[in-house]
Design a protein around this ligand. Structure first.
Ligand code: ADP
Ligand code: MG
Length: 231
């Protein structure tokens, strides 16, 4: 709690009220699983971090001016360790091309989650002026805008309510294993939704939160992309 309070107040002191990668630490504090990784600001350091993670990593540009990283080629999936330093330079130059005056904080080097057999879900929250903080769950990834397969509750939710949410979206059968696919770990989704809802209920200054995607696999969940707005 104390640590989360510190991170949130350091954000409000800055000009922009958005948190991306810093939110990873907040999630750690609330027991919501995130991929292993770090944000670095030079290519050699990127390579060093990658070596500690595995043979292949995911790399993402970190910039408060770039909200949709993959739209500008700012996400590289499956980068072999020996190519990490070059990929770093490439990500930075893509960002510079896109917006020459963008503030570039560095590059996030992340453990690569096996998406084979995974379902990309979304967990989010916003504050309703009348009802207060809401928690949302739905199908994530690229489909979220097209399908709008989401469901909402007042935060915080308990286990049963969170479980209901995973049952009532249209894509529910996908989570439970359809057409010979293995089911994903729905209990971990339920737990993550519950914890996110507790986080926003505990900290009313979080006016918006987006986990897209929360990758669900048969072995658990991982919040791979976070965005958080503090008032
Ligand atoms: P953005 O939404 O800003 O484009 P994301 O971090 O969500 O960036 O990455 C885009 C997509 O890349 C994700 O929806 C997911 O399919 C894939 N991806 C991102 N991080 C990982 C990861 N650590 N492991 C596997 N796939 C990932
Ligand atoms: Mg995303």
């Amino acid at each position: 709690r104390e640590r989360v309070r510190e991170i949130l107040s350091s954000v409000t002191e800055r000009s922009d009220n958005r948190l991306g990668v810093e939110a990873m630490e907040i999630f750690d504090a609330y027991g919501i699983p995130t991929p292993e990784g770090a944000v670095v600001d030079d290519p050699a350091e990127a390579a060093r971090i990658a070596e500690g993670i595995g043979e292949e990593v995911v790399m993402k540009i970190v910039s408060p001016d770039i909200l949709h990283k993959s739209d500008i080629g700012g996400v590289k999936v499956g980068v072999p360790v020996e190519e990490v330093a070059d990929a770093y330079e490439d990500l930075v130059s893509r960002a510079r091309n896109y917006q020459p005056d963008a503030t570039i904080l560095g590059v996030q080097v992340q453990e690569m989650i096996d998406l084979d057999g995974a379902v990309e879900t979304i967990v989010g929250s916003h504050t309703d002026p009348q009802f207060g903080p809401l928690v949302m769950f739905g199908l994530g990834g690229v489909f979220v805008e097209i399908m709008e397969d989401t469901t909402f509750r007042l935060a915080p939710v308990g286990r049963d309510e969170a479980a209901e949410m995973t049952e009532e979206i249209d894509a529910a059968p996908l989570l439970r294993g359809a057409r010979g696919r293995e089911a994903v770990d729905v209990d971990s989704i339920v737990d993550a939704v519950r914890r996110v809802s507790q986080l926003v209920a505990d900290f009313p200054s979080i006016v918006e939160l987006d986990v897209n995607p929360l990758v669900a696999t048969p072995d658990g969940v991982r919040a791979v992309d976070l965005r958080l707005t503090v008032d």
